[in-house]
Write a protein of this length. Structure first.
Length: 372
């Protein structure tokens, strides 16, 4: 049975869960298995809101088969992945009880939510998340559940050092959004003082949830799809962006409102003499930095790290920052100021040896490569 069908069954069970029961269950009761069979004794199929959640989930990346089957049963090298790529692995991670059994199942409703916990499907993770540097704290309410998996697996201060040996897997975890959102745990050059954060890092109510789970008119975006856009159908969910009163005082994109996630940037960040959308400006900076990394023999043409030893931490840090911004997958939207600071300081260093050197503006990719 496909992961999508399994998820549909699980979310159907979730829909049944809150529909009503002849007896009150107010304690934290775990199900005997991760399927729908244990729910049918009490519940009926009348909870429309949770049925919608099931439809949304089927459109999510979390339901994609490429994000499951990463566990010790599928491949021994995936044991470290299973805590965020399987139901059993995640439960083991948050409870401290080792996962056992002959099968591992995909992420489902009860991976993130406790069934029958106070009858409100309480998230399994509510406390703040300490990032891998051991210092930075991610504490944005319900988004803490997201950040428990969506953060870098590396402590940059001990990971990016002199004489570091690269591999194709060098860099942060491929979904380091928690670090990016609060502006932490990237490689910050010691002499560069322009690392600042955008409003999103503190101003969006409930962090990730405030935007990615905002209401929409289609099951392929928002809610439990967590998608901000559906490129195939040209749908974009901007309902979390075009509102006022976040946190009771802050104002989002109301006047003027957004009509695209690729909002116009405040400056020409990539130095091509054209103020473009934030996505385009960040992609321009990434292209410039990648050209320098290729010229330095640190990556191949696709930007994948090569198996070489980098003598100095700063050069390895420039590569780390390239991957940090790229693997965040928001094209700078999560924290534009921090992303721009990381890329510009890295370009400056790879060009002149000084992160505060000639500004990363008004230079084409060709000039950047020739200047290295």
């Amino acid at each position: 049975m496909s992961n999508i069908k399994l998820m549909a069954l699980a979310l159907t069970a979730l829909a049944l869960l809150l529909a009503g029961c002849e007896r009150d269950i107010t304690g934290d009761v775990e199900l005997a298995d991760n399927s729908s069979t244990s729910c049918f004794t009490c519940h009926s199929d009348q909870e429309i809101g949770l049925t919608v959640a099931r439809e949304q989930y089927e459109n999510s990346v979390h339901a994609d088969g490429e994000n499951t089957n990463r566990n010790r049963l599928y491949n021994t090298r995936y044991e470290s992945c299973e805590k965020c790529h399987s139901h059993e692995g995640f439960i083991a991670e948050v409870t401290g009880v080792e996962a056992t059994g002959d099968n591992f199942s995909p992420i489902t409703c009860f991976t993130c939510h406790k069934p029958h916990s106070l009858r409100n499907l309480e998230p399994r993770v509510t406390e703040a998340v300490v990032l891998e540097d051991g210092i930075s704290i991610f504490d944005l309410g319900p988004a803490n559940l997201c950040a428990s998996c969506h953060h870098s697996r590396q402590n940059v201060s001990t990971y990016v050092v002199d004489s570091v040996k690269l591999s194709s897997h060098f860099g942060p975890h491929y979904s380091n959004q928690g670090d990016m959102l609060i502006g932490a745990n990237a490689y910050e050059f010691a002499d560069y003082d322009e690392y600042t954060n955008s409003w999103h890092s503190t101003g969006v109510t409930n962090g990730c949830v405030g935007c990615h789970m905002s209401k929409s008119m289609h099951e392929s975006i928002g809610g439990h799809s967590w998608n901000m856009e559906n490129e195939d159908r040209h749908f974009v969910n901007l309902s979390g962006c075009n509102q006022s009163g976040q946190n009771g005082e802050s104002v989002c994109h109301v006047s003027p409102s957004l009509d695209s996630l690729n909002r116009v940037a405040h400056a020409d960040f990539d130095g091509d003499s054209d103020v473009e959308g934030v996505h385009d400006e960040i992609e321009g900076l990434l292209d410039d930095l990648k050209a320098l990394l290729i010229a330095a023999g640190l990556t191949n043409a696709e930007g994948t790290p090569l198996s070489v030893t980098v003598p100095d931490a700063d050069s390895a840090g420039a590569l780390y920052n390239f991957l940090f911004v790229e693997d965040d997958h928001s094209h700078g939207i999560h924290n534009t100021k921090y992303a721009v600071g990381l890329l510009q300081s890295s370009i400056n260093y790879m060009t002149t040896g000084d992160p505060n050197g000639a500004p990363a503006t008004n230079r084409s990719t060709e000039r950047l490569v020739s200047a290295h």
